[in-house]
Design a protein around this ligand. Structure first.
Ligand code: ADP
Ligand code: MG
Length: 183
């Protein structure tokens, strides 16, 4: 079973490939509703309706380099195994919104995996993008918005070693602090 953070990384990479400069990643866990929702929203080039309609089918890709085209179908399969589904909304020239919903406590729901590492990989990657990450567990919330961090840091890059290790701890502690009432 693939950890959900790997599917999230796929979606973030799709957004970057689509030329996004700003990505919002939201993870919402609601134990009362038994629902986990992961949303990745970007301001990249978007997709025409004809591609949106096919994008959850295996082997659909617009890549010229390597022909994989399994990122979104694998996410859809993971969601469907766990009593959920994937919704794709996109507007050419404006951006894309991918939302994956799962039954939180479903036996076949994959674990979230290492979200701090996933977020950090995108924050420190090239080209630079702004990432607004919001993670909620039953109303408790952790937020990390790189646009705000960059503003506070001025000329100091996020990749500066001290900033980088501070960021890693900040993400790890912030996510760990969202105590869960379920295993
Ligand atoms: N966020 C996005 N913005 C624009 N196009 C996207 C986005 N996500 C996916 N796509 C389109 O859907 C295709 C399939 O995506 P995916 O299933 O991840 O396979 P791959 O990335 O290997 O092509 C991509 O090639 C791209 O054309
Ligand atoms: Mg992909």
């Amino acid at each position: 079973m693939r950890e959900l953070s790997l599917h999230i990384l796929d979606c973030l990479e799709n957004a970057i490939e689509a030329g996004a400069t700003r990505i919002a990643l939201t993870v919402e866990e609601d134990s009362a509703l038994d629902r986990l929702a992961i949303t990745v929203e970007d301001n990249g080039k978007g997709m025409p309706a004809e591609l949106v309609a096919r994008v959850l089918d295996p082997f659909v890709t617009t890549r010229q380099t390597r022909h994989v085209g399994l990122g979104l179908p694998l996410l859809a399969a993971a969601a469907e195994r766990a009593g959920g589904q994937v919704l794709v909304q996109s507007t050419p020239g404006a951006g894309t919104r991918i939302m994956a919903v799962f039954q939180l406590r479903h036996w076949d729901r994959a674990p979230l995996g290492d979200l701090p590492a996933t977020v950090l990989a995108v924050l420190l990657g090239q080209p630079p993008v702004d990432l607004a990450y919001r993670h909620c567990v039953d109303g408790r919330e952790f937020v990390c918005d790189t646009a705000e961090l960059r503003e506070a840091l001025g000329d100091v890059p996020l990749s500066q070693p001290q900033v980088r290790s501070w960021l890693r701890e900040y993400l790890q502690e912030g996510i760990a602090s969202l105590e869960r009432p379920y295993p």
